[in-house]
Design a protein around this ligand. Structure first.
Ligand SMILES: Cc1cc2nc3c(=O)[nH]c(=O)nc-3n(C[C@H](O)[C@H](O)[C@H](O)COP(=O)(O)OP(=O)(O)OC[C@H]3O[C@@H](n4cnc5c(N)ncnc54)[C@H](O)[C@@H]3O)c2cc1C
Length: 526
């Protein structure tokens, strides 16, 4: 422990009891730590498994892929996906102050009003768009900063011209029903990432009634009967307990929150028995309803104008002196929302563009030429997966099986194939003539016929890093949490993070998760 950390731990030991214990400081947890501790009479302890967010690649936008597979990544891997050539899909998740908001691609995409109205069908009107849109106004004009790109690449503008040539329209982002294309708005302040740790946590750290402890991995919720009274956690090689006088709030994200519930005895009776975990509450839906956005990015060589030279000293200088240039890029510089079939009532696909060879998610061998990627993301998948325990050891990674493209009628695969055909048409449009060169991904392709696109889908698709739904909220008795986010069947325990979404939104998941943090704070304090 450094001396600062040991001071922090001493402060913590003086407060081994708090009113609220928040587990995790990511997109939602940081919001809760701030909002709850804004009440001076309330003592809050927030425990974060990862370290502080000091690494430069957290703050320099274009550097986020450098965090992958490193010490600040939970570095998960799915089970083999039979519809994707049996591949195990890499799932990064942020493990540091700010959680995944400290390693994400900074895209701020709210989703449709209809998505939140769908939540309302599951969890009541208070989650409907008319009632939650004010939270977006609060978030976007307050702690979080949503910016325009400072130095988008010219190839991004060319792509946006190309989509218009293909009959799509350009629209401002984040309307109630945003059917069109735009440059991505990003969570950045003056060209640097602006995570929830920056926006919510750091300004609150000076409060006497908030204690944030890093490198403190919670191992289970502690119960007295069926009442949550605290959590057990590991810090500095030893196990400790912090007691919660009022409530424990789990904000560990869509993988870790269901795992933590199961480790604490809340889950399917038989599954817990299999792992020798004592049952507190039979809740078979914990870990079910896993939903994720799958992306398929085709790659093309281009002559210039990409982020290929982002690591050159001149770009570093440009960034340090002016906060401009390639290093300010979030990679996914433009996107659009489209329908895979004209008869659909609402869009089901996003098409995305990145002026960089984002092959193998940036963690494969470096590509030695200029290249770009573009392709569809399945926004409304029908397939559902599961998170289950691998072991009762809290350090063991859970079993993640998203079951991508396993819906009975093949609708998910058909929608992605339609999106790939649209991508091929865009790549061949006049605005990109002279720009788009050889097909770089999938490998060994010289045309984009259906056979090649299908091979691309099976061999290239990866997560867009948006898992949700594994502790779904609902009015129904089988839901994991009720509409107030209280875990059913026990007392004084809530979940507030991406896992509570009953369905996935047609957008990106950071924005709705920050919203869940804000809403949860209101629910707790009301
Ligand atoms: C690489 C990547 C790119 C992405 N790009 C975008 C994007 O551009 N736009 C967008 O909208 N979304 C994006 N996302 C998704 C978005 O960031 C997440 O949906 C969102 O951050 C989830 O928030 P959360 O609060 O549920 O979980 P997280 O933000 O992951 O926070 C969970 C926190 O809990 C901590 N924790 C977990 N278990 C424990 C434990 N047992 N004890 C203590 N602490 C624990 C974790 O370390 C973490 O800090 C991306 C995600 C990734 C990983």
């Amino acid at each position: 422990m450094t001396s600062k950390e040991s001071r922090e731990f001493s402060k913590f030991c003086a407060a081994v009891e708090a009113d609220y214990v928040v587990v995790g400081t990511g997109s939602a947890g940081a919001v809760l730590a701030n909002r709850l501790s804004a009440q001076p009479s309330v003592q809050v302890v927030a425990l974060e498994a990862g370290p502080r967010d000091k690494d430069k690649f957290i703050h320099i936008p274009a550097g986020f892929a450098k965090l992958m597979r490193g010490a600040m990544d939970w570095d998960y891997q799915t089970e083999p996906q039979k519809e994707l050539d049996g591949r195990e899909i890499y799932w990064p998740r942020g493990k540091m102050l700010g959680g995944s908001s400290s390693m994400n691609a900074m895209m701020w995409v709210r989703g449709f009003a209809a998505d939140y109205d769908e939540w309302a069908e599951h969890a009541g009107e208070q989650w409907g768009y008319a009632n939650i849109v004010r939270y977006f106004d609060r978030i976007e004009n307050g702690p979080l900063i949503i910016s325009r790109q400072r130095s988008p690449r010219p190839s991004t503008a060319a792509w946006l011209t190309a989509v218009q040539e293909c009959g799509h329209r350009i629209d401002p982002p984040d309307q109630a029903a945003p059917e069109g294309f735009c440059e991505t708005r990003v969570n950045q302040r003056w060209g640097a990432r602006w995570s929830t740790a920056d926006a919510y946590l750091k300004p609150a750290l000076k409060r006497e009634n908030l204690t944030v402890l890093t490198e403190a991995a919670v191992t289970k919720v502690v119960f007295d009967g069926n009442r949550a009274v605290g959590v057990e956690f590991e810090h500095g090689g030893a196990r400790h307990v912090v007691r919660a006088r009022r409530e424990v709030v789990l904000c560990g994200g869509a993988v870790n929150s269901p795992q933590l519930l199961m480790l604490s005895g809340i889950g399917d009776r038989d599954h817990l028995a299999e792992h020798g975990v004592d049952l507190i509450q039979h809740a078979p839906d914990v870990g079910r309803n896993l939903i994720d956005h799958l992306a398929v990015l085709l790659g093309f060589d281009v002559p210039d104008n990409t982020l290929f030279a982002a690591e050159k000293p001149i770009e570093l200088l440009n960034y340090l002196l002016r906060r401009r240039g390639m290093l300010t890029s979030n990679l996914g510089e433009a996107y659009g929302i489209v329908k895979s079939r004209p008869d659909l009532e609402l869009p089901d696909l996003e098409l995305i563009f990145a002026p960089t060879p984002y092959f193998e998610e940036g963690i494969g061998d470096p590509y030695d030429r200029h290249a770009v990627v573009m392709g569809p993301i399945l926004l409304k998948p029908r397939s559902r997966g599961t998170i289950t325990l691998r072991s009762s050891d809290p350090r063991a990674k859970p079993i993640i099986d998203p079951r991508y493209l396993t819906d009975d009628d093949g609708a998910d695969r058909a929608a992605l194939m339609a999106g790939l055909r649209m991508t091929a048409t865009i790549a061949a449009s006049p605005a990109l003539r002279g720009v788009i060169g050889k097909i770089a991904r999938p490998l060994f392709a010289d045309t984009l016929d259906d056979e090649t696109l299908e091979r691309g889908l099976n061999s290239l698709s990866h997560t867009l890093y948006h898992p949700v739904g594994t502790c779904r909220m609902g009015n129904d008795g089988a839901s994991v949490v009720d509409p107030q986010l209280r875990v059913r069947g026990v007392e004084r325990l809530r979940v507030a993070d991406a896992s509570v979404m009953p369905t996935i939104i047609r957008g990106h998941t950071h924005a709705p998760t920050v919203l869940i943090g804000e809403k949860a704070a209101d629910l707790i304090l009301s």
